[in-house]
Design a binder for this molecule. Structure first.
Ligand code: G1P
Length: 274
């Protein structure tokens, strides 16, 4: 069973300045819930209860969010507003949170390696909170089912327009079952003309712990950063890494366009509930 989920959350969120000047980008809300809480709930839904968060300077609000606010609790106890805290209370009760800081920004691979101290020697999930997913069965739950069967690292993928491959890690592979690909190649943010396919990695990973040693020997790649995509290609060549075309919706909340789409989508869902 996979119990731990890692959240790289040290990035600056420059695309959302000035909102992210003093607020972590992971705390930007879609409706009333911060992005990172959606990710934590997806992990919890998949049976994970240990959240490991890689933070950086200026990210204190994340820690405060996943903690009791005694003043607030006291203020609203017994009032009609108490229910606003139900969901976050539930999350706090069911999970533990631990934090470590990524001291330098050297890429996603480096961020994941920074989390090794919180993960140890066991398989784990990774959620990039700015990829917000919505599916009847959570994307991480879908991936865990696959992990049960194959016991190897898995990345979630979706088809993107070919001209957008330069925003993602892109895979090539053989479809071994419907929507499941055995990876033979992976390239970080290729130009459309060099992309091996239009199957883009989105921010959900299941990783086996040997990935840490591989990252340690992975040279800086695209943008001079240590890329998880490059480390995973090494792992795929040594053994097996799968790519899974998940069932559900995904919004790139790292972009304004995706953020607005997510907001409208979740707003419509809320309206349907009421
Ligand atoms: C990261 C990964 C990339 C992946 C993407 C998914 O890029 O490096 O391979 O496709 O997340 O959101 P970033 O968006 O952090 O630049």
């Amino acid at each position: 069973m996979i119990k731990k989920c890692l959240f790289p959350a040290a990035g600056y969120g420059t695309r959302f300045l000035p909102a992210t000047k003093a607020t972590p980008k992971e705390m930007l809300p879609v409706l009333t819930k911060p992005l990172i809480q959606y990710g934590v709930e997806e992990a919890l839904d998949a049976g994970m209860d240990t959240m490991a968060i890689v933070t950086g300077r200026g990210k204190r609000a994340i820690e405060d969010h996943f903690d009791i606010s005694y003043e607030l609790e006291h203020q609203i106890k017994g009032t009609s507003k108490e229910h606003y805290l139900t969901e976050i209370r539930d999350v706090i009760t069911k999970c533990t949170f631990s934090y470590t800081r990524q001291i330098e920004m050297k890429g996603l691979g480096h961020a994941i390696l920074s989390g090794q101290t919180l993960i140890g020697n066991e398989p784990f999930a990774v959620v990039l909170a700015d990829d917000l997913c919505h599916a009847p069965k959570g994307v991480l739950s879908q991936m865990l089912d696959l992990y049960e069967k194959y016991q190897c690292s898995i990345v979630a993928i979706e088809e993107v327009p070919k001209e957008e491959t330069n925003k993602y890690g892109v895979i090539a592979g053989k479809e071994i079952e419907k929507d499941i690909f055995m990876i033979s190649d992976m390239v970080e943010k290729p130009d459309p003309k060099d992309a091996p396919s239009n199957l883009a990695i989105i921010g959900r990973y299941i990783l086996t712990p040997d990935i840490f040693d591989i990252i340690k020997t992975t040279k800086p790649g695209k943008g001079g950063e240590i890329q998880i995509t490059d480390a995973l290609l090494t792992q795929a060549k040594k053994g097996m890494v799968l790519a899974y075309k998940f069932d559900g919706e995904r919004f790139d909340c790292g972009s304004i366009d995706g953020f607005v789409k997510a907001t409208n989508y979740f707003y419509e869902l809320e309206k349907e509930k009421n």
